[in-house]
Design a protein around this ligand. Structure first.
Ligand code: ACO
Length: 433
């Protein structure tokens, strides 16, 4: 619940005073409501990268980047990551509360029912080159899913219809990812099994062959569970804002989420997990010369960045990175794996945290810094890391789209601009018509 405006701020424009209401969130965050600013004053605001702009009110996720707090529906991420499952977390995010046993069982059963993709869709994979990036394939496949549900592609789906699309997306995203992996290694697709739960089923589709079932390793399932939970939502980030923006035009959920996948793909967002491992490999091949790459990242004449460091809202250690780092160490220890990239990552982090440049800018490891170490230990190829992020973020996108749809305050997303181009001038004809 959001408090009713209790106070106003005064804005003086061209000598005239305007009162703007202050909105206070449940965690006492304050916002100046400028909804009528242009109408009343003729001015707009300019906010590069929307760093100071609240685009909506939301009751899904709370985060305080100054202290490193993250909560889903009020529950601290540390408690969820320790005790919950990805399915239960998805339910919590989408429906607002933890499910009862019966609700969770029914939710889980619906995934079994919707796990396989249509036989015709399997043929799509034949059209992609083996070198195709999984995120491009995933985005195209997700928007194509809508073609199989024409009755659901409408501006105002019912509650039951939204529930159905949500399950479709959550269940099928992992099937599509696993199939795109099989395609990339030139092996036949392996379909889902009815007897397996969400994550084991994914690992089965990834690593079983037509003749041999993959042996599920519980430690891997457990680690993946944590990683997916930690990725499940993160309020109004680039991809989630994209999902809301696209959905605000009354575009359907398949289309909105497909756009979110494209936004997530960027190296500054969810694509960073792939970039981190590739960066560590480059540093390793270069003899482990960490300082050289730190200096490069600090050089204002060089666009190079240390991937996996920095965050728009965290000006403290990302709580997700803390949990993932521990998970990565635990998993490797349990599996008896020695990954030199983990040692390199830890050394790089230590050096970065001691460096003035990173300290002054409050740049800490983010969620993408250690997740790749876990994926590698499971055998997931580097190119698939952003797609793993997409599987994890799916419930957050759905929850935000649903919330946007259900809110009476939603309007089509349509920012303004400050025009900096040429003033009016005449067209000069070339007589080429
Ligand atoms: N390495 C080196 N310098 C950095 C880094 C980095 N990773 N991140 C930020 N900086 C510097 C910038 O150069 C800038 O320096 P300046 O003040 O001297 O100009 C300052 O820190 C502030 O950076 P901005 O780019 O203004 O911060 P912004 O909030 O716009 O960007 C972002 C956040 C995109 C995450 C940025 O920190 C970054 O590029 N990190 C690397 C990519 C990455 O890991 N992305 C994943 C983020 S988590 C997620 O999306 C799931």
């Amino acid at each position: 619940m959001v408090d009713t405006p209790a106070e106003n701020v005064k804005l003086i424009v061209d000598g005239k005073t305007f009162e703007l209401p202050v909105i206070t969130g449940t965690e006492k965050e304050k916002a100046i409501d400028i909804s009528n600013l242009r109408k009343d004053t003729g001015y707009i605001t300019l906010d590069n990268g929307y760093a100071n702009t609240g685009s909506c009110k939301s009751a899904i996720t709370f985060l305080d980047g100054e202290v490193g707090i993250l909560r889903y529906r009020g529950i601290p991420i540390e408690q969820i990551a320790e005790n919950s499952t990805f399915l239960e977390t998805s339910y919590l995010l989408i429906y607002g509360d933890l499910p009862t046993k019966t609700q969770l069982t029914n939710f889980s059963k619906s995934f079994t029912k919707h796990a396989a993709i249509h036989k015709d869709m399997e043929k799509f994979f034949e059209g992609y080159p083996a070198t195709g990036h999984p995120m491009g394939i995933l985005s195209a496949m997700v928007v194509s899913l809508g073609a199989y549900y024409p009755e659901l592609i409408k501006p105002e789906p019912s509650k039951e219809e939204i529930d159905l699309i949500a399950v479709e997306l959550l269940a099928k995203v992992r099937t599509i990812c696993a199939h795109s992996y099989k395609k990339s290694i030139g092996k036949p697709l392996v379909g889902p099994r009815d007897d397996l739960q969400y994550i084991p089923n994914f690992l089965h589709m990834m690593f079983s062959t037509k003749t041999k079932d993959y042996k599920i390793v519980p430690e891997m399932v457990d680690a993946l569970q944590t990683v997916l939970i930690l990725h499940a939502d993160h309020e109004q980030n680039c991809s989630t804002s994209t999902v809301r923006m696209v959905g605000s035009s009354w575009a359907n959920l398949f289309a909105s989420v497909s756009a979110g996948i494209c936004a997530l793909w960027g190296p500054l967002h969810g694509g960073a997990n792939q970039e981190v491992i590739e960066m560590l490999e480059v540093i390793q091949k270069d003899g482990g010369n960490i300082q050289k790459y730190i200096n490069k990242a600090k050089d204002s004449n060089d666009n190079y960045r240390l991937m996996g460091f920095g965050h728009r809202v965290y000006k403290n250690y990302d709580p997700r990175a803390k949990i993932i780092k521990k998970r990565a160490h635990d998993l490797l220890k349990k599996l008896g794996i020695k990954d030199p990239l983990l040692d390199l990552a830890v050394t790089l982090e230590d050096a970065v945290l001691k460096d003035d440049y990173f300290q002054q800018r409050k740049l800490y490891p983010n969620v993408d810094f250690y997740s790749g170490i876990i994926y590698r230990a499971i055998g997931i190829p580097t190119k698939m890391f952003p797609a793993m992020f997409a599987i994890g973020r799916m419930p957050g996108w759905i929850a935000n789209w649903k919330e946007m749809k259900e809110s009476s305050e939603t309007r089509i997303g349509r920012p303004r601009q400050i025009y900096t181009g040429r003033l009016t001038r005449d067209y000069v004809p070339m007589n080429n018509r």
